[in-house]
Design a protein around this ligand. Structure first.
Ligand code: AMP
Length: 428
């Protein structure tokens, strides 16, 4: 039996803590810093520095640290823990460049023939401007470094592209925008595809689709994600095999060859184009809110799966996902993704917890006395599993309707695309 420490404070970390708690190998789950809802499933603690984390791990004899967000990975937390002899789920600083630098990721793709959008990479504005001439529009402009999901601009005209370049080289994204990628605009549906890797091999770890726009009908401003569902029916068995053979496996082999083996979860943002799946981006951690839907379906020992990424032997680990689909509906504070209020009380969570197959993951909450208070933009991830995608969606909204929170809103059409696709297949 082992104790686990999860680093992070969002809905993704809540879902991981919840599933880890159910692992037959685990007898204690800690989360730093966690949140109001996570404290129901794990012991929340404050650990400010890598040194604090290492000290805590030694004191508590932690068997595995699971790093949730990208920033600590890109900053090298995984390396610090490994150097101290603590098993860690999450790639080294060098391997985390797959997400931390789009230039790095594109160069790996180019060198090893991994399908991705055609691109140019620039460190200076005049060259980038010159590249824009005689290009087709729309075109995509990306800051090289981490920009909290805001560093991608789809320019409809050359003028818009020029402005985006001036913005980035002008310092709008700080150091992240000092180098810029300009790439071909791809058409298709996007899919979030997950694979675990121990540096030598990789194994599929589920797939999902999310809804980025704030309002129903996929309208309104872009957000961190307003909901997700898994599996995504667009991912047929042959397409999944193509993704493993043309994208995931070549990346794992490439990283090993480059001397920075990838250990952790590879989260591939894919565009399903007419010519097949193409890699838009890599993330080096789990997705949010996709993880909430994935964890609702995960049906094996999560601790053993994550530990194998660190220790090796992933090929011997059992990965099982329920065939039953899951839907996660994000409840966000009114005003999100713009300015929003904090501090409103959320009621009805007890009633919500009674719905079968449902679980409310917390993303931005705090416990004050007996009250749960909203403290973030995305606040709850109301997740349910069902016999069909429509059933999962109905249960998730039934759960949403038990929650009494005037300070928040959610979309009412999460998973519409999957439901439409399943109905279309059924009536064919
Ligand atoms: P990224 O962070 O690279 O995934 O980009 C964020 C979002 O921008 C993606 O989820 C897509 O919706 C969009 N995007 C990025 N690259 C492209 C592309 N080459 N063609 C079309 N859309 C893109």
């Amino acid at each position: 039996m082992a104790k686990v420490l999860v680093i992070g404070s969002g809905g993704r970390e809540h879902a991981l803590c919840w599933r880890l708690k159910q692992s037959p190998s685990v007898n204690g789950v800690f989360c730093a810093p966690g949140n109001g809802g996570i404290s129901e499933d794990a012991t929340c603690i404050t650990l400010k520095t890598a040194q604090d984390i290492i000290r805590f791990c030694k004191e508590e004899a932690i068997g595995l640290v699971v790093i949730g967000p990208e920033q600590p990975l890109v900053d090298g937390l995984s390396d610090r823990l490994s150097a101290a002899g603590i098993p860690v789920f999450g790639p080294s600083k060098e391997a985390a460049q797959l997400e931390g630098s789009k230039g790095f990721m594109k160069a790996i793709c180019k060198k090893y023939g991994i399908p991705t959008a055609a691109y140019g990479y620039f460190n200076h504005l005049p060259e980038a401007r010159a590249f824009l001439r005689d290009k087709k529009y729309p075109i995509v402009i990306k800051a090289d470094g981490l920009a909290a999901g805001k560093g991608v601009i789809i320019a409809q005209t050359q003028q818009e592209a020029d402005e985006a370049l001036s913005d980035m080289f002008g310092g709008r994204f700080g150091d992240s925008g000092k180098s810029v990628i300009i790439e071909e605009f791809l058409r298709g549906e996007e899919v979030s595809y997950f694979a675990l890797s121990d540096g030598n091999t990789a194994i599929e770890f589920g797939y999902a689709q999310d809804h980025k726009r704030a309002f129903d009908g996929d309208e309104g401003p872009n957000t961190g994600g307003m909901g997700a569902y898994s599996p995504a029916p667009i991912m047929t068995a042959p397409i999944r095999e193509t993704v493993m053979q043309t994208i995931i496996m070549p990346t794992v082999a490439a990283m090993k060859k480059e001397g920075c083996p990838f250990k952790g979860v590879l989260f591939a943002g894919l565009m399903m184009t007419e010519d097949g799946p193409v890699l838009l981006e890599y993330n080096v951690r789990f997705g949010d809110p996709e993880t909430q839907a994935l964890m609702a379906r995960f049906d094996a020992d999560l601790y053993q799966a994550l530990l194998a990424c660190s220790k090796g032997g992933l090929d011997k680990v059992k990965i099982v996902f329920s065939n039953n689909p899951a839907v996660c509906i994000v409840m966000a504070a009114n005003g999100y993704p713009g300015t929003y209020e904090k501090g409103s009380v959320i009621r009805g969570l007890d009633k919500a917890s009674l719905i079968r197959g449902a679980k409310v993951f917390h993303a931005g909450t705090e416990k004050r006395g007996q009250d749960i208070i909203a403290t973030g933009g995305r606040v709850l991830g109301v997740t349910a599993i069902g016999t069909t995608i429509a059933d999962a969606q109905a249960r998730a909204y039934e759960t949403v309707d038990q929650i009494d929170w005037t300070g928040g809103f959610c979309r009412r059409d999460i998973a519409w695309r999957a439901i439409k696709r399943v109905v279309a297949v059924a009536t064919y």
